[in-house]
Design a protein around this ligand. Structure first.
Ligand SMILES: NC(=O)c1ccc[n+]([C@@H]2O[C@H](COP(=O)([O-])OP(=O)(O)OC[C@H]3O[C@@H](n4cnc5c(N)ncnc54)[C@H](O)[C@@H]3O)[C@@H](O)[C@H]2O)c1
Ligand SMILES: O=P(O)(O)OC[C@H](O)CO
Length: 333
C-alpha cells in the first residue's frame, strides 16, 4: 500500500520554509507552517504573506500558520525541517512528533561542535533513521515563491520513503528526483555554500567569469573528494545536490552565501557583511566545520580552507587569491 501524505507540517517560516509550504500547497497538500514568532504566523493567516522572508508573494489558503509547537505537528503525515542548521538540535529536542511519520530535512549545514550532518542530528533527537529523508538542490526560495520551475533530489536510506516525499512535493513547478545517497546529498548542500562564498569574494575583488568558473569547478572537485571520503557516491555530485546547487548558488545574486562573499571581497568585515544579509548565511558557520571534518579524514579542500582563513581574519580575500594561484602545480585529477 502506498502511504498517502496529505497534511504536511513545515517547521520554520524563513524564506525556504515559506516557499516550500507554497510549493507543497501547489502540489495538493494541506500545510501547517510553524513560525516561532506569532506575528509572522498571524500575518500569514490574515494577510497571506510573509513579507520579510518572501516579499511580494501571496500564499495559498492551503497554508495555515501557527506558532504553537504542538498544534504545528498534530495530525501531520510528514514533517519538514526548514530551520537554520545550528538551531535544529535545540528546536527538535523534546518536540514530540507524531510517531512513525517521515521527517524531511531541508537544512544545508553541518553542526558546530559535532560536525554532524542534519540527518544525524535528527537521529540523535530521536527520529527513527528509516523515517529520515533530506531534500536538496538548486532551490532559491525567491524563485520558488514566484513559481518558477525548479528541481531537487530527495534522498532517504529507504528508497520507498524517498518516493513518498518525491510524490508529495511534485507539482506544476517542482520536480524532484530520488536517491538513497543521503550523505552525498547532504554534503553537496553544505559545501556549495563555502564555494559560493569563495566565488562571491572573487566577484567582490572585480574578477570575471574565468575565475568564477575555475573556483566552481575546483570547488566541485573538492566537494566530491570530501563526499567520497565520507562514504557518498561521487556521481551524486554531478546531480541536483552537487553540480545543480553549486551552479545556482555560485551564479545567482539571490544567494545569501554568494552575496556575503561579494561583500568580503569588497573589503567589508565579516560581522558587518553578515549583518547586511537577507537571512541565514549557512556557510559562515559551516565552513570551519567542513574544514575540520575534512582535515580529520585527510581530505584536501583548498577552497574551503581558504574561505575558512578569510572568515577567521587570517587572510584578506586578495591574499587568499594570491595563495590559491601560488599553490603547487598538480594534475587535474
Ligand atoms: N532560502 C533559500 O533559498 C533556501 C533554499 C534551500 C535551502 N535553504 C536552507 O533552509 C534552511 C533555512 O533557511 P531559510 O532561508 O529558510 O532561512 P531564513 O534566513 O530565511 O530565515 C531563518 C528563519 O529561521 C528562524 N530562526 C532563526 N533562529 C531560530 C531558532 N533558534 N529557532 C527557530 N527558528 C529560528 C527565523 O525566525 C527565520 O524565520 C537553511 O539551512 C538554508 O540553507 C534555504
Ligand atoms: O541563499 P543561499 O546562499 O542560502 O542559497 C539558497 C539555496 O541553498 C540555493 O539552492
Amino acid at each position: 500500500m502506498v502511504p498517502v501524505i496529505d497534511h504536511v507540517a513545515v517547521l520554520g517560516a524563513g524564506g525556504w520554509g515559506t516557499a516550500f509550504a507554497l510549493l507543497l500547497a501547489d502540489a495538493g497538500r494541506n500545510v501547517t507552517l510553524w513560525a516561532r514568532d506569532p506575528r509572522v504566523a498571524d500575518a500569514i493567516n490574515t494577510e497571506r504573506r510573509n513579507e520579510r522572508r518572501l516579499p511580494g508573494i501571496e500564499l495559498p489558503v492551503q497554508v495555515r500558520a501557527t506558532s504553537d509547537r504542538s498544534a504545528a505537528v498534530a495530525d501531520a503525515d510528514a514533517v519538514v525541517i526548514a530551520l537554520p542548521s545550528q538551531t535544529v538540535r535545540a528546536n527538535m529536542t523534546g518536540w514530540a512528533l507524531p510517531r512513525g511519520v517521515p521527517v524531511v530535512s531541508l537544512a544545508k549545514g553541518l553542526e558546530e561542535g559535532t560536525g554532524l550532518r542534519m540527518s544525524r542530528v535528527l537521529a540523535e533527537c530521536g527520529v527513527a533513521p528509516d523515517q529520515i529523508a533530506v531534500l536538496s538542490g538548486p532551490n532559491l526560495a525567491d524563485e520558488i515563491g514566484r513559481r518558477e520551475p525548479a528541481s531537487a533530489v530527495v534522498a532517504a536510506a529507504e528508497h520507498d520513503l524517498a518516493v513518498d516525499i518525491q510524490r508529495a512535493c511534485h507539482g506544476p513547478n517542482f520536480r524532484a528526483y530520488t536517491s538513497t545517497d543521503v550523505t552525498g546529498v547532504e554534503v553537496g548542500g553544505v559545501t556549495k555554500n563555502s564555494i559560493a562564498i569563495a566565488v562571491g569574494m572573487a566577484i567582490g575583488l572585480g574578477l570575471g567569469a574565468n575565475a568564477v568558473a575555475a573556483l566552481t569547478t575546483r570547488g566541485l572537485a573538492e566537494s566530491t573528494r570530501l563526499g567520497e571520503a565520507m562514504g557518498a557516491d561521487p556521481l551524486t555530485f554531478q546531480g541536483m545536490a552537487g553540480m545543480g546547487d553549486l551552479v545556482a548558488t555560485c551564479f545567482s545574486p539571490l544567494s545569501r552565501n554568494r552575496s556575503f562573499g561579494v561583500e568580503l571581497g569588497r573589503g567589508v568585515a565579516v560581522e558587518a557583511a553578515l549583518a547586511h544579509g537577507r537571512g541565514v548565511v549557512e556557510g559562515a558557520r559551516s565552513t570551519p566545520v567542513v574544514a575540520q571534518v575534512a582535515g580529520g579524514i585527510g581530505v584536501d579542500m583548498p577552497v574551503v580552507s581558504t574561505v575558512c582563513d578569510v572568515l577567521a581574519g587570517l587572510l584578506t580575500p586578495a591574499e587568499a587569491l594570491d595563495r590559491a594561484m601560488a599553490r603547487e602545480l598538480k594534475p587535474e585529477r
